[in-house]
Design a protein around this ligand. Sequence first.
Ligand code: HEM
Length: 449
Amino acid sequence: MTINATDFAPHMKLPPGPRFSLFSKIGYLRDPINLFSQMKDKYGDPFCVTTSAKTVFTADPVGVKQIFTSPTDCFLPLQVEAQKQVLGKAFTGHSGAEHRRQRALLAPGLRAEALQRLAGQMVNAARLRIETWHVGQSLDLVEEGMAIALEIIIRALFSVHDRAGIEKRKKAVRAFSEQLSNKLFLVTSMMGLLHPAVPSQGKFIRVRQQFQDLLLQTIADIRADPSKHEGLLAHMVLAKRDDGSPAFGDIEMADNMITMLIAGHETSALSFGWALQAVLGTPDVYNRLMSELADVDLEVNPNAVHNLPYMNAVIKEVLRFWTPVPDVLRLVAKPIKLMGYTIPEGTQVCACVWLTHFDPDLYENPWDFNPSRFLDRRYTAFEYYPFGGGERVCVGNTFAPMELKVLLATILKTCRVELQDTKFPMLLRTGFLLGPKTPLRATYQGKLL
Ligand code: HEM
């Protein structure tokens, strides 16, 4: 057999995929799960589909590892102009050394040790919300998750504790979120019509400015008396560069908090809704979790929930099954090797979380909600990655599971909530995320005695 040198050379062409992009563009926006499954069945792994740009998808742990371990200067942040307008001067807009520097300064404020102090506040936020429910009330679990997560973010991350201050910030966040999901705003942003004279854009700029002003006021309050404050924003105000100068400017801090809010609020609320739906809708899981929680006293030690093996497995399975971010994207700045191909600059590569999490070779009966799989096997960071990976891995990847465990435990131990429909609803794209097509509804049955 003759072997040519070219047999070893990387393919210069992109992986196979559909020739026409209209179908894939619409599919990606409307029903990405269906698109991913169809493309993998038809073209194998990797495949290439045009979404907002030409994108090479892989769900194979070998390919996922290549994406997450490629040097970060191979990639550019996906911050198109419209995203910059929303996220401002946040650290996510940088790549390479500057991204690493800012993350390293910010990340300690979100590490487990820093967060353990917040568990009691998380319990209180959930209890406060439960107090507003009345027996027989129909609850939209994701909406409830939003309300609780917002209270937590304002208290725990923004370091505001007085009721009037919390309500004022809630109002600003709601106005900001409403404007952000305004259809006209989304369409004009996608078309690049970012001028303040465009009606939805002008309103967005005003609302964002008001929100930023409130954050700047909060920063000034923290700086006036740092000893009274804790949480991520306080950590950022106090962070210093090696030469002793402040690590972040005030606008940078405010923009970083806006980014945290956008990245962390809805993802956590969706996962909270799914976690309750899954546990209440699967009696075996509910019974096993309740018996594990029996000895936990949330008053005495709310952090005890973090060390419960079955609780860990439940939250992992929730984030496998209903991963809010179905695809993790990178924009290639320098050619990279991926599954035998050389991917040129300007192309996007995608670690397709959803396809990996439903690969039957990795997860037996992937459509079964089965937390025990995480007790029986350890998955690598390229087989299970609801928080993405590599240098851009989610900075909330400790905060989010901690919050989910505390909130789930608080609800389950405090009150009775009954699902209105135990069937798992279909998934729908909501912006960058995946959410339930119909609300996850439950009825409040009262406090547990
Ligand atoms: C269940 C909840 C959450 C899920 C599933 C989730 C998932 C993700 C994913 C998949 C990414 C992209 C990672 C990558 O590109 O490799 C990401 C990025 C990010 N997440 Fe989360 N997230 C959650 C909660 C949070 C929370 C609570 C916060 C803030 C406290 C947060 C802040 C961020 C930020 C700032 C980034 C950008 C990181 C960077 O560019 O360096 N996330 N998240």
